[in-house]
Design a protein around this ligand. Structure first.
Ligand code: WT7
Length: 651
C-alpha cells in the first residue's frame, strides 16, 4: 500500500471560477439550501428524489443500514425500463428523440422514445422466448450501437441482471466474466467499427464460448455483414433481426423489488480476479436520476452527450439509466475521436447542437495535443456545460477544456465516483459551486465524504489521507457477486464503518476535495481501472517469464501507462523482439487496453524484507526519477543496487 501522505503534490491552480450568473439563474439546483436540507435528513432527501420516479408500489422504509450492507427503499416495487422508457413514450415525450446515434462510418439513426419503447419491449420478449427469467444473468458484448442500450433495458424489463463486457476486452476476459456470473444468454454482434477496421466481436465470443457451459443461446446483432466473416452455430446462435421480427410488440414489465439486482459489472481489483460489482434497482435508479438532473443540469431541450462506452460504468449510469430516466435526448457515437479526422467529436457537437458534453481527462489531453484548430473550426456555441470523469484532471487540461471547448462560458463539472459507487458522489453543482481547476470540489448533497489517516481520524485541511464515505448512499454497490467476504475485506476492513474508496485525497481550506489517485495496486490507464496483479499473472504465463512486477507510470495522455519489470527464465534472452512479443501476449490475453507500454528486463526485483515488491521504487525508475536514463536498466545489477540504496524507503 502506498502511503498517500508521501507524495508532495502541490495544488497548482488557485483561481476560482464562480458559476456564470446566467447559468446560475436557470440551474436545476440554484438554492444553496439544498446542501443543508440534505444534511439535516439525508434519508428524507433521497426519498424526495425517489418520489419523482414511477413506482408500482411505494417503499415502507427508506434505509436499512447494517454495516457493511445497505438496503434502500425497502418494500418498493418498480421497473427501471418503465422509468426510462414507458413513462416518456406514453406521455408527452413520445416523439422526442431518445437516442441520436452516429455510426463510425457516418450512418445515422434516430430513436424516439416511442421507437425505444417498441424495441425494448420486443427484445424483452426475445429474451423471454429464449427462456430468460427473472434473476437469470445475461452477458452483453456489443459495439456502441442502439441495440446495446436496448439490450440493457430489455434485461431490466424482464428482471434479468445484465453483465456488460467492454468490447475491447479479450475472449479470455469475456469467458472469465461469463463463467463467474453464470450467464445463460450472450448478446453480441458480428462486429463493430473502429478506425475503419472491424472489431471481431463474434469471433472472440466464439473463442470465449469454447469453455462457457452456462451459455444456452447467443443473439447476434448484424452490424458489419459480409466483411465480418462469422459463422453461426446451429441451435445456439440466432440473428437479432430474425428473433425481433417474430417478437410480440408488448412485454409486461417484471415488478422488481428495490433490492433486486439490476446488473453486475466487473472491475479490476488490486488482487486476483475482477470483482463483480453488484447494483440493485431502486437506490441505483434514484442515484443516477438525481445526479444527472442536478450535476448535468438536464433540461427538456438539452442535447446530452457522454462519450464513454457503455461497457464501463460511466456508460451504464450516464448514457443509459440517468439520462433516460430524465427523459433526455442522448447522442451516442460508435467510433474513435480521430476517424475520419481529428475533429470528429466537434463535428458531432456542431451537427447535433450538443449542449452538455461529458468526457474523460485522457481524451481532453489528446485533443489538447492535436491542437486548437480542430475544435476552433467547428461551431461549439451550443455547449452550455462540460463534464469530466475517470481520473484526476490536471489543471492545465481543465483550463484548456474550459476555454477552448467551453469558450469560458460553460461550467466544468469534474465528477468523482467509481463503478462501486454507482453514481457521482463528489462534483460541483454547476449553478452553486465555484470551481477550482483540478478539484472535484464538494460531495453531492447527502453524501458524507471525509479524508482520514490510517486510524480513521479526519485529516485537517492540507493533509493528505484516504478518501472515505461515512454514510450509505442509494447507488452504492450491495456486495460483490458471489463473494461477500471479499466485499467486506476490500471496502470495509480497513475502517469498519466507513466505505474505503482506495483513493488518496486532500481537502483545502475551503473544504474542497482534491483527488490524488489510487493508493492500492490499481492503475488508471486512460481512466480505466487496470490491476497490476492481473497483468503480472498474465505475464508469468508466458514461458519466457520467471517473474514480473507491473506498475503504472505517469503518461502524458493516458494519465498512467502500465510498465512491466520482467525477469526472464534461464535460456531466454531479453531482446526487443521478446519485449514486443510479451506486449502482444498481454494484449491478447486481457485486451488491448491492458497492453504494457514498457517492458523493462531486469535480473532482480526490489523487495522489502517481508517480500513485497517495492512498487514506488519501480515507479521512480520507470518515470526516470532514479536513473534519469532508463536504458541503463539493461545492466542486470542495477535494480539490485538500487534496492540497497533505497533500503530504508520501503512501501
Ligand atoms: C476510480 C474509479 C467513475 C467512472 C469511471 C471510472 C478514479 C474517477 C475521478 C475524478 C479523480 C477519479 C478514482 C476512482 N476517478 N473519477 N473525477 N477525479 N479520480 O470508474 O473504473 O470504477 O474507477 O477512478 O481513482 O477510484 P472506475
Amino acid at each position: 500500500m502506498t502511503d498517500p501522505t508521501a507524495d508532495q503534490a502541490l495544488l497548482e491552480e488557485k483561481r476560482l471560477f464562480p458559476p456564470p450568473p446566467e447559468f446560475a439563474a436557470q440551474a436545476n439546483a440554484r438554492d444553496p439550501e439544498i446542501y443543508a436540507r440534505a444534511e439535516s435528513d439525508f434519508e428524507a432527501f433521497w426519498a424526495g428524489l425517489a418520489e419523482e420516479l414511477e413506482w408500482f408500489e411505494k417503499w415502507h422504509t427508506t434505509l436499512e443500514w447494517t454495516p457493511p450492507h445497505a438496503k434502500w427503499f425497502l418494500g418498493g416495487k418498480l421497473n427501471i425500463s418503465v422509468n426510462c422508457v414507458d413513462r416518456h413514450a406514453k406521455g408527452s415525450r413520445k416523439d422526442k428523440p431518445a437516442i441520436l446515434w452516429e455510426g463510425e462510418p457516418g450512418d445515422v439513426r434516430t430513436l424516439t422514445y416511442e421507437d425505444l419503447y417498441r424495441e425494448v419491449n420486443r427484445f424483452a420478449n426475445v429474451l423471454r422466448g429464449l427462456g430468460v427469467q427473472k434473476g437469470d444473468r445475461v452477458a452483453i458484448y456489443m459495439p456502441m450501437v442502439p441495440e446495446l442500450p436496448i439490450a440493457l433495458l430489455a434485461c431490466a424489463r424482464v428482471g434479468a441482471p445484465h453483465s456488460v463486457v467492454f468490447g475491447g476486452f479479450s475472449a479470455e476476459s469475456l469467458r472469465e466474466r461469463i463463467n463467474h456470473c453464470g450467464a445463460k444468454v450472450l448478446v453480441t454482434a458480428d462486429g463493430g467499427w473502429r478506425r475503419g477496421g472491424v472489431v471481431p466481436l463474434k469471433k472472440w465470443a466464439d473463442e470465449a464460448l469454447e469453455d462457457a457451459p452456462t451459455i444456452e443461446s447467443v443473439v447476434v446483432y448484424e452490424r458489419i455483414g459480409e466483411r465480418a466473416h462469422i459463422s453461426m452455430k446451429e441451435g445456439r446462435d440466432y440473428w437479432w433481426h430474425e428473433l425481433m421480427e417474430k417478437a410480440e410488440p408488448e412485454c409486461a414489465p417484471e415488478p422488481m423489488d428495490s433490492e433486486d439486482i439490476l446488473f453486475i459489472l466487473y472491475t479490476s481489483g488490486s488482487t486476483g480476479k475482477p470483482k463483480g460489482i453488484q447494483h440493485t434497482t431502486g437506490g441505483y435508479l434514484t442515484g443516477v436520476y438525481a445526479t444527472t438532473k442536478y450535476v448535468f443540469d438536464l433540461k427538456e431541450d438539452d442535447i446530452y452527450w457522454c462519450t464513454a462506452d457503455i461497457g464501463w460504468v460511466t456508460g451504464h449510469s450516464y448514457i443509459v439509466y440517468g439520462p433516460l430516466a430524465n427523459g433526455a435526448t442522448c447522442v451516442m457515437y460508435e467510433g474513435a475521436p480521430d476517424t475520419p479526422e481529428r475533429d470528429r467529436f466537434w463535428k458531432i457537437v456542431e451537427k447535433y447542437r450538443v449542449t452538455i458534453f461529458y468526457t474523460a481527462p485522457t481524451a481532453i489531453r489528446t485533443f489538447m495535443k492535436w491542437g486548437d484548430k480542430f475544435p476552433n473550426s467547428c461551431d461549439l456555441s451550443s455547449l452550455r456545460l462540460l463534464g469530466s470523469v475517470g481520473e484526476p484532471i490536471n489543471p492545465e487540461a481543465w483550463i484548456w477544456y474550459s476555454s477552448t471547448i467551453g469558450k469560458n462560458r460553460c461550467p466544468v463539472v469534474d465528477t468523482w465516483w467509481q463503478t462501486e459507487t454507482g453514481h457521482i458522489l463528489i462534483s460541483p453543482l454547476p449553478g452553486l459551486i465555484a470551481t477550482k481547476p483540478g478539484s472535484a470540489t464538494k460531495p453531492f448533497p447527502g453524501i458524507l465524504a471525509d479524508v482520514v489517516n490510517d486510524q480513521g481520524e479526519s485529516m485537517p485541511p492540507g493533509r493528505k489521507g484516504y478518501l472515505v464515505i461515512r454514510r450509505p448512499w442509494p447507488g452504492m454497490l450491495r456486495t460483490l457477486w458471489m463473494d461477500d467476504d471479499r466485499y467486506r475485506q476490500v471496502y470495509w476492513s480497513r475502517f469498519k464503518t466507513m466505505y474505503f474508496t482506495g483513493d488518496g485525497a486532500v481537502r483545502d481550506e475551503d473544504g474542497y476535495f482534491w483527488l490524488m489517485g489510487r493508493v492500492d495496486d490499481v492503475m488508471l490507464v486512460a481512466g480505466h481501472n487496470i490491476s497490476t496483479m492481473e497483468l503480472e499473472s498474465a505475464l508469468v504465463e508466458h514461458p519466457a517469464v520467471a517473474e514480473a512486477a507491473v506498475i503504472g507510470r505517469k503518461h502524458e495522455i493516458k494519465g498512467q501507462a502500465p510498465a512491466a519489470f520482467v525477469i526472464v527464465r534461464e535460456g531466454y534472452v531479453p531482446t526487443e523482439h521478446l519485449a514486443f512479443e510479451l506486449k502482444n501476449f498481454v494484449a491478447h490475453k486481457l485486451g488491448a487496453i491492458c497492453r504494457p507500454d514498457d517492458i523493462i528486463f531486469t535480473a532482480d526485483l526490489p523487495k522489502t524484507r517481508s517480500g513485497k515488491i517495492m512498487r514506488r521504487l519501480l515507479r521512480d525508475i520507470a518515470e526516470g526519477r532514479v536513473l534519469g536514463d532508463t536504458t541503463t536498466l539493461a545492466d542486470p545489477g542495477v535494480v539490485a543496487s538500487l534496492k540497497e540504496k533505497y533500503a530504508g524507503d520501503e512501501t
